[in-house]
Design a protein around this ligand. Structure first.
Ligand SMILES: *Cc1c(COP(=O)(O)O)cnc(C)c1O
Length: 363
C-alpha cells in the first residue's frame, strides 16, 4: 500500500458513491439545453445592497416574510435553504441516525434523495411506484415502515411529470404520524399549483414541503429554496443548518423575485411553458419513432422512443441536450425533455422529424 494514498482515507460509502449527474457535470456542447428543467428565459435583477463586509442574517427576515406572503403560511413555518437540495440534506442530518434509521423513496424519482442518504450513510429503501400509473405503492410502503424516519415524495414527480394522488399522501401522513415525516418535494408545483399541499400543513404535523426558486422562478443560478413545516421541525432544522447559508446577493435577488410584479411575470412564464408543453406533445404524437408520451404537470415531459439511444445521441450531436432516463426502473427507452421556448421546441421537433424520416427510409 502506498503511504501517500489519500483514497485509503475516504469513508467506505463515499468511495463507492456514484455522484449526482448534474446538468453541468454531464456537459455537452449544445445550444439548446433541455436537460435540467431550468427556465429557458432569464430574469434580471440588480443587487441593491452593495455592502458585504458583514455576515448575512442566517435566516433573512424580509425574505421569509416575502415567501410567507406568497404561500400564505406563517413565518415560523418557513426555513430558507441553499436550494431545495439543502432541505433534503438537512432533514437527513437532523432526523436520521446512520446505521439505524431508514429513508424511503419511490423510484422512478429524483436521484438526490438516495444520493444524499448514501452520503450520510443512512439506509434507503426504494419502494418503486406502481408500474404504468406511477402512483405510490401504498401497500408495499405500509409493509416497510419499520424504523423509517423520512419518506420522500416528489409531486409533480421528476422525471415522470405525474401528480401523486393526494388521498394517498394524506393516508400516509395519517398512518405515520409520530413515526415518520412525509416530505413532499414541490420543486415544480408552480406549474400545477392546485395540487400543492401547503394548505394541509396546519392539519398534518408530520408534513414537510420543499420549494425552490430554481424552476418556475427562473433562478437556478442563485441557489435558493424554502422548507415549509410545522414549527417544531423548523426549530430542529435551525440547529443543523450552517450559520450563513444564504448570501446577501442571493437574498436580495430572491426578495425581489417575490414582489408582486415579479410574481405576475412568473405566473405568465408558467402559463407560457404549460401552453408550450401541450403544443410540443401534440407535435410529437405524429412521429413514428415516438412510442408513448406521458402526461405531465410540470415543465418537462417524459417520452418513450423507438431507438431511444440513437435518437438521444443524434440530438446531442446536433446541439440539443436532453436527459436520458433509459437506466431508471420502468423507464427503458425514455427521454425527459424540458420545455424550452417555442423556438427551442420547434427546433427539437424538426430534429426528431429528421431522425424519424431517416430511420424509416433505412428500415
Ligand atoms: C431541481 C430539483 C430540486 C433542486 O432544487 P434546487 O432548489 O435547485 O436545489 C429538488 N427537487 C426536485 C424534484 C428537482 O427536480
Amino acid at each position: 500500500m502506498k503511504q501517500d494514498n489519500i483514497i485509503n482515507l475516504v469513508r467506505k460509502n463515499i468511495k463507492s458513491l456514484k455522484p449526482y449527474q448534474s446538468a453541468r457535470r454531464i456537459g455537452g456542447k449544445g445550444d439548446v439545453f433541455l436537460n435540467a428543467n431550468e427556465s429557458p428565459v432569464p430574469v434580471f435583477f440588480s443587487i441593491k445592497n452593495k455592502k458585504w463586509n458583514r455576515y448575512p442574517e442566517g435566516q433573512p427576515k424580509n425574505l421569509i416574510a416575502a415567501y410567507s406572503a406568497f404561500v400564505n403560511i406563517h413565518s415560523n413555518n418557513i426555513l430558507v435553504t441553499r436550494g431545495a437540495d439543502e432541505g433534503i440534506e438537512l432533514l437527513i442530518k437532523a432526523f436520521c441516525e446512520p446505521g439505524k434509521d431508514i429513508i424511503i423513496c419511490c423510484p422512478p424519482t429524483y436521484d438526490m434523495y438516495h444520493i444524499t442518504a448514501d452520503i450520510a450513510g443512512v439506509e434507503i429503501k426504494k419502494i418503486p411506484t406502481k408500474k404504468n400509473t406511477w402512483q405510490l405503492d401504498l401497500l408495499n410502503i405500509k409493509l416497510n415502515l419499520k424504523q423509517v424516519k423520512l419518506i420522500y415524495i416528489c409531486n409533480p414527480n421528476n422525471p415522470t411529470g405525474t401528480i401523486i394522488s393526494k388521498k394517498d399522501i394524506i393516508d400516509l401522513l395519517d398512518i405515520t404520524l409520530g413515526k415518520s415525516l412525509i416530505i413532499v418535494d414541490e420543486a415544480y408545483i408552480e406549474f400545477s399549483l392546485e395540487n400543492s399541499m401547503v394548505n394541509d400543513l396546519k392539519n398534518h404535523k408530520n408534513l414537510v414541503i420543499l420549494r425552490t426558486l430554481s424552476k418556475a422562478f427562473s433562478l437556478a443560478g442563485i441557489r435558493c429554496g424554502f422548507l415549509l413545516a410545522n414549527k417544531d421541525v423548523i426549530d430542529i432544522l435551525h440547529k443543523v443548518i450552517s450559520p450563513y447559508p444564504i448570501s446577501i446577493p442571493v437574498s436580495d435577488i430572491a426578495y425581489q423575485a417575490l414582489q408582486k410584479k415579479s410574481l405576475i411575470a412568473m405566473n405568465n412564464r408558467v402559463l407560457e411553458i404549460n401552453a408550450n408543453r401541450i403544443w410540443f406533445s401534440n407535435q410529437l404524437k405524429i412521429f413514428s419513432c415516438v412510442e408513448k408520451i406521458f402526461d405531465s404537470s410540470a415543465n418537462y415531459i417524459l417520452v418513450k422512443f423507438h431507438m431511444c439511444e440513437k435518437l438521444f445521441t443524434e440530438l446531442w450531436n446536433s446541439g440539443i441536450i436532453l436527459r436520458n432516463q433509459n437506466q431508471k426502473i420502468y423507464l427503458q427507452n425514455c427521454i425527459r425533455i424540458s420545455i424550452g421556448t417555442r423556438t427551442e421546441c420547434v427546433r427539437v421537433i424538426s430534429e426528431i422529424k429528421k431522425f424519424c424520416l431517416q430511420k424509416n427510409i433505412l428500415v
